[in-house]
Ligand binder design. Structure first.
Ligand SMILES: [Zn+2]
Ligand SMILES: [Zn+2]
Length: 214
């Protein structure tokens, strides 16, 4: 397997990095959620059964209301023909521009190969300031590695990646506990080893963050 990185969190304000280099014509589409809600957006070819199972699990983990929508977007603006991959930060930017408001939290789910410069690929990316994240199921599928399809494994991995990136949007960093969902996965084995739950320490930080938002 190629070396890679499984998630990246971009602290846009702290690092002062800009995504303005990417321009696109974004169609205005309503993507709104109320404060305290998590909005999951299945973008393009995302399985609605997977989305529904994800919603049920995320609701239990975060104790927040989760809304789910399927949306159709032309993602050509983010496509890099040389890499044959999509620039995840540009998709985050589109999610932000598509109607995010202070207090809402949006998780975009795609099934395309994502990258950020200097990394082979990413499974997900989060913007902690805007509380927006995106994850891809592309490399979570067994078929991607020439193995037989495994729907349960796909759901488990998608849930872990979603919880991890959403965890970042609540201000959580990476955790040294290998079984904690906030552990930084260096390989798919790390992802499969860790649970979809927060360790006690991360759980306390999450609860504090949720309480401070309400
Ligand atoms: Zn992370
Ligand atoms: Zn932890």
């Amino acid at each position: 397997m190629k070396p890679g990185i499984f998630c990246v969190t971009i602290f846009l304000v702290i690092l002062g990095c800009s995504t303005n280099e990417f321009q696109y014509k974004g169609e205005k589409q309503e993507v709104k959620s109320k404060q305290g809600e998590i909005y999951i957006l299945g973008i393009n070819k995302v399985d609605s059964t997977l989305l529904e199972k994800l919603r049920t699990n995320l609701e239990k983990i975060f104790g927040q209301k989760i809304k789910v929508s399927l949306i159709s977007w032309d993602l050509e603006f983010a496509y890099n023909p040389e890499r044959k991959q999509y620039y995840s930060s540009a998709i985050l930017e589109k999610l932000r521009n598509a109607g995010s408001e202070a207090g809402e939290r949006v998780l975009g789910l795609v099934d395309i190969d994502l990258y950020v410069p200097d990394l082979n690929f990413v499974f997900g990316e989060a913007d902690v300031v805007e509380k927006i994240a995106v994850i891809s199921t592309k490399r979570l599928r067994q078929e991607y590695y020439g193995l037989p399809k495994d729907e349960q494994l796909l759901l488990d991995r998608t849930l872990k990646e979603s919880v991890h990136e959403l965890g970042h949007t609540y201000g959580l960093g990476h955790c040294p506990d290998k079984s904690c969902v906030m552990y930084f996965s260096n390989s798919l084995q790390d992802t499969d080893f860790k649970s979809s739950s927060f360790c006690e320490s991360c759980k306390s930080k999450l609860m504090l963050a949720i309480r401070s938002e309400s």
